[in-house]
Design a protein around this ligand. Structure first.
Ligand SMILES: NC(=O)C1=CN([C@@H]2O[C@H](COP(=O)(O)OP(=O)(O)OC[C@H]3O[C@@H](n4cnc5c(N)ncnc54)[C@H](OP(=O)(O)O)[C@@H]3O)[C@@H](O)[C@H]2O)C=CC1
Ligand SMILES: CC(C)(CO)C(=O)C(=O)O
Length: 328
């Protein structure tokens, strides 16, 4: 199976390496120093299960041509560029999986109920992705991994429990998701398929939404931020609020919050949104923070802890020149 990872940064580099290890005919869309390093020395992943160096084709979408599947792993602010560039990778039956954090552009497509078909223009300005990719090709995706590009072409993956979860937007059985997941599993991480992709999105997003703003304020990784009992208690409340939003949207789940917090407290990892702040890169404030709160308002759920932490984190992002709120 020909699979191209669009955006071979921290997560994309890790995912591409796992696909290649699993035997997929893997390529990556990359640019700049990352592209030059991958072309010269291959893709290197330093992970708990060893250091893996893989030779994969790397270039622009036009150079790589039509694929069986594309896995998009850019940061959300880069999605309009993906919409502009993706066409050469798409044949008539190409699948496109969005394996990113946050609320995706297709969230209410085939959702059912009164919110069915509602658009989220902030995460797909001008419906560029909808036009370039379309809902038929689209697979939802969630990734659990803690990755950092330590130097061009080299990715450190801190987590031992790496999972990529794929699912159809309408929850139907998905041979195409199973095929991609199979390569990931063969490649040494857990490739999974779910009929409940929105629930999985919320289970992951709960951490990003509740913890991310506090790490932006503390400027520390997860372990450092959670070390203060007052901050840990506020993050716990924020997680409960996020779970209430998910439940009100029909995506409720049970969770051992203290277990999740204890797991996070072991990670020196700086969340990717904090890495963006420190490196001066556009921040995923809309997809990870503000659109989930837009959904909270739609669902009629009050989120006082999240409202405050997200407002302060948004101010930090605006002050750093890395985020501009969409016009109301
Ligand atoms: N890092 C992590 O541990 C985790 C991240 N995530 C999520 O995964 C997603 C990806 O994050 P992450 O891997 O950290 O991000 P990175 O910034 O490390 O990777 C994104 C890559 O995409 C490249 N890119 C963007 N636009 C283009 C383009 N038009 N052409 C070619 N390359 C392009 C970027 O290049 P350039 O640098 O030149 O812009 C970069 O190399 C995000 O949604 C994030 O929230 C989820 C779980 C954990
Ligand atoms: C913090 C982490 C690894 C998980 O919550 C993440 O999703 C990120 O870095 O963006």
């Amino acid at each position: 199976m020909k699979i191209c990872v669009f955006g071979a940064g921290a997560i994309g580099g890790h995912v591409a390496a796992r696909l290649a290890l699993g035997g997929a005919e893997t390529s990556v869309v990359a640019r700049g120093a990352q592209l030059a390093a991958i072309q010269a020395d291959g893709l290197t992943v330093e992970a708990p299960d060893g250091t893996h160096n893989l030779r994969v084709a790397a270039g622009s979408a036009a150079e790589l041509g039509p694929q069986d599947a594309v896995i998009v792993t850019v940061k959300a602010p880069a999605l309009p560029q993906v919409a502009e560039a993706i066409a050469p990778l798409l044949g008539p039956d190409t699948t496109v999986a969005f394996v990113m954090n946050g609320i995706p552009w297709w969230y209410f497509d085939r959702h059912g109920g009164p919110l069915d078909g509602r658009r989220l223009p902030v995460v797909d300005p001008g419906e560029a992705l909808r036009r370039a990719v379309g809902i038929e090709r689209t697979l939802g995706g969630v990734v659990y991994s803690a990755c950092t590009v330590t130097r061009p072409g080299v990715i450190k993956a801190e987590h031992a429990n790496n999972r990529v979860i794929l699912g159809e937007v309408d929850g139907r059985d998905s041979p195409r998701a199973r095929a991609i997941a199979g390569y990931l599993t063969k490649g040494g991480i857990s490739g999974e398929v779910t009929a409940e992709i929105r629930r999985e999105i919320w289970m992951k997003l709960m951490g990003n939404l509740a913890q991310g703003p506090f790490t932006i304020l503390s400027r520390q990784g997860m372990a450092g931020t959670l070390a203060d009992p007052a901050v840990r208690a506020a993050i716990r409340r924020a997680m409960q609020e996020a779970m209430a939003v998910a439940a009100a949207l029909g995506q409720g789940f049970e969770f051992e919050l203290d277990k999740r917090l204890a797991g996070s407290a072991k990670l020196a990892h700086k969340p990717s949104i904090l890495q963006d702040l420190e490196l001066g890169r556009p921040m995923e404030v809309d997809a990870l923070f503000r659109v989930p709160l837009e959904l909270a308002r739609l669902a009629g759920v009050e989120t006082p802890t999240l409202d405050l932490s997200v407002a302060l984190a948004t101010q930090a992002a605006v002050a750093a020149g890395l985020y501009t709120p969409a016009a109301a």
